[in-house]
Design a protein. Sequence first.
Length: 554
Amino acid sequence: MNRWQLYGIILLILAPAIILIGLGAYHIWASGQTWLWWVLLGLLGLGYLLAWRWTRRPRQLPLPTSSVPSYWTEQDQQAWAKVLAKAQQYENVSWEALGTTQHYTALALDVAREVAQVYHPQIDDPFDPLTLPEVLTCLELAASDLQDWVQKYVPASHLIRIGDIRRARRVWDWYQRGQNAYWLLAALFDPISTAARYTVARGLLSPLFEKTRKNLILWFHTLFIHRLGYYLIELQSGRLKVGSRRYRELRAQHDRPSVQLGATPGAEFVPAAPREGKSTPPSDAVSTPLTAEAAAEAASPAPAALTVVITGPQGAGKSRLITAWTEAMEQKGEANPDAADSLPAGQLTAADRQRKAIALRAGEVLHLVEAPGFGADPTAVDLQEAVDRIAQADLVLLVTSALVPGRQWETQWLQKYQEFFACRPHLRRPPLLVVVTHVDLLPPASEWPPSAEGSTPTRKESAIRECLQLVARQLGIDEAAVIPVGLRPGQVWGIWEQLWPAVLRHLDAAHAAALLRQVYSEVETERWSKVGQQVRRLIDTAWHKLREQWSKPS
């Protein structure tokens, strides 16, 4: 379809409305019902008044990027704050600036410097620490996102050519000149009426149209800065080192919760049925730049498995907790015993494999990994070994006994846990839950299990509540993150009622931590292996070329 065919279609579509307006105006004049003109004029004036009121502020149009991805770290949040501040610096952008490449180039370099200062404050050039594949990946993702947005939201974008856009600017200039000529000619024949209409047009219509045009230009300019800043953050953080295809795969695996959370703790939690061929994004990751085409290209892989590290002092009941957890899930029909087949090789023994994994019907797999117990070595070597396991964790359970009064070792572990991630700002802290075991042994020990919710609190329940408050104060954490469980044989309590709801509430945050951990792990492990692959391919290509040359007859 050429542009003349497009113009013809637009004219045919608008012709009925134009004809009806003309016939209606003639009918009102012929029938003498001129009061209808005043009603229509009043509605028109009300519309102009509302439009003037709503366009006084320059930023009323909503932007597609209303929130940031859930996996962003505090460092990413700082960079995003600079991007937002840069966008707010532009209160007025001219149409001429939008039509020049120099404006976009200078703006892109300015935003790139602002973002790079957060990640590399000692480097002046924002592109010095970047590799060529990273930059190409950023360009590919940005182009894919922009192409998807234009195809969805810009009418006739697949028909309008670049030359048409340039001609549109000239047409607007011609329109303004023609309008001025019209006012001059009209003033010669009817000066009084023309003066009145000119006053209305210049006093009401022109300012209104100008404000609307400026708002649209400013909205587009702000959107450009937001999209540019988003990809610069992904670029400077090093997450694009894995390449565009792997980046999309990891986003598709982790950017969706596969379990539907219940409304209240202790309620029946039913895994959500997986959607065929589609993934569900997390609620706090609205309008992320993973396009539909990119998600389809990732082939909707199954949700990535999460590693739950269970750590704590020796004798706190870590092994018993894992066993009771898997048994409780199997009894409820929420676990799949075959989940052990997906565990990493060499991480668990063959006898313990089926006791170390939970696979939900919705496809979510939780790997339960027990860290070495600490507290027996006065030199705290075992404590450091337990902290080192955090590098594998997407969700951490710190197990402590309700019968231990001081919790000195747990406090030291928590301090090292915070130091571990303070030295790694590119990672997200995995969610941390404190599981208090042996609550069944709190006095009175004979009163077990606790009564159902809603009844009058018993002495056992009061003792458990006081114990949880004490643990929260000793460790300096929120009381909501402290979970009581009783592991008495045959009378296990707290797994399904307390622990499992808390784990489900933190699955989204666990996936966010897993995404970053997996991205940076692959970047580190493939750093030199990729060099070997590239050299091998280059040698193979050169060898084939040489063989082709040698095989040719002289």
